[in-house]
Write a protein that binds this ligand. Structure first.
Ligand SMILES: Nc1ncnc2c1ncn2[C@@H]1O[C@H](COP(=O)(O)OP(=O)(O)OP(=O)(O)O)[C@@H](O)[C@H]1O
Ligand SMILES: [Mg+2]
Length: 233
C-alpha cells in the first residue's frame, strides 16, 4: 500500500510586490511528500526555498495554488483555523533556531504544547521525553545562551516535535554548525524517521544532508524539479 500523502502542492505561485516592482518567486510548484519521507530542497540563494517552506507550513499565503496537508486544504480555512491547524500539524526548525532566550531548553520545548492547551504537567513529561531523545536531558535547565550551537539546534528539533506534528519543516538546520555537529544533527533526524516515521522537508545547502535524503527537489526559475543528490544542477 502506498504511504499516506502528507503534503501536496498544486500549481503554487508566489509573487512579492514592493513599490512598483513585482518579483515572481514561485511560478508553478507541484510536489508531494509521503509519510516517513525525508525530502531535501536545494537551490541557490534567493531562489525561493524559505518562501516555499513557509507556504508548505501555512506561515505564508501563496498568490495562487493549493496546499493540501494530510488531505486538508490549508488555505481553504479561516486564519484562526489555519493557525490552530498549523500548531497541531507542523513543526518548524528555523535556521537560527528562534529559541526564546529567556526560557530554559525545557520551557522552550514545553511551549508549543502549552499553546495547544496541554496542561503544564503533561507538557513537562513530553519535554522530558523529547530532551532525552535529542540527548539534552543534562542541559534541560540551561537557557539558549548557555548551550552550544549544536545543542541549541537539538533543542529546536525537540521543540519542533513537541506536538507530534505530521511533518517537520526545517530551514538550513545544520547551516551554522561545524561538520561533526552537523552530522550528529543529521543522524538525529534519520533516527527520528526510523524510530517514529517522522516526515521531514529540509531546505539545505549541506551536501552531507541532501546526499542522504530520500528525494532531492531543486528549485530553479520558480519551478521545482526532482534531481539526484549526486548531481545537483
Ligand atoms: N516579504 C518579502 N517581500 C519582498 N520580497 C521578498 C520577501 N520575502 C522574500 N522575498 C524575495 O523573494 C526571493 C526568495 O526569497 P527566499 O527567502 O525564499 O530565498 P531562499 O532561497 O530561501 O534564499 P537563501 O538561500 O538566501 O535563504 C528573494 O529574492 C527575496 O528577496
Ligand atoms: Mg532561505
Amino acid at each position: 500500500m502506498a504511504a499516506r500523502e502528507m503534503l501536496r502542492l498544486t500549481n503554487v505561485t508566489k509573487s512579492f510586490e514592493t513599490g512598483s516592482e513585482r518579483i515572481d518567486v514561485l511560478t508553478g510548484i507541484d510536489l508531494s511528500v509521503r509519510e516517513g519521507e525525508i525530502v531535501a530542497i536545494i537551490g541557490p540563494s534567493g531562489v525561493g526555498k524559505s518562501t516555499l517552506l513557509h507556504i508548505m507550513g501555512a506561515l505564508e499565503v501563496p498568490t495562487a495554488g493549493e496546499v493540501i496537508v494530510d488531505g486538508v486544504d490549508v488555505f481553504g480555512m479561516s486564519d484562526d483555523e489555519r493557525a490552530s491547524f498549523r500548531n497541531r500539524t507542523v513543526g518548524f526548525v528555523f535556521q537560527f533556531h528562534h529559541l526564546m532566550r529567556e526560557l530554559t531548553a525545557r520551557e522552550n520545548v514545553m511551549m508549543p504544547c502549552m499553546i495547544a492547551g496541554v496542561s503544564r504537567s503533561d507538557a513537562a513529561v513530553r519535554a522530558e521525553e523529547l530532551l532525552r531523545a535529542v540527548r539534552l536531558e543534562d542541559r534541560a535547565d540551561h537557557k539558549p545562551g548557555e548551550l552550544s550551537g549544536g545543542e541549541e539546534q537539538r533543542a529546536a528539533v525537540a521543540r519542533a516535535l513537541a506536538t507530534r506534528p505530521l511533518m517537520v519543516l526545517a530551514d538550513e538546520p545544520s547551516g551554522n554548525l561545524d561538520s561533526v555537529t552537523g552530522e550528529e544533527l543529521h543522524d538525529l533526524i534519520w533516527g527520528l524517521r526510523d524510530s517514529i516515521g517522522q516526515t521531514f522537508v529540509i531546505v539545505t545547502h549541506n551536501r552531507g544532508l541532501y546526499g542522504r535524503a530520500d528525494r532531492v527537489i531543486a528549485l530553479k526559475d520558480g519551478h521545482a524539479r526532482e534531481t539526484s543528490g549526486d548531481s545537483p544542477p
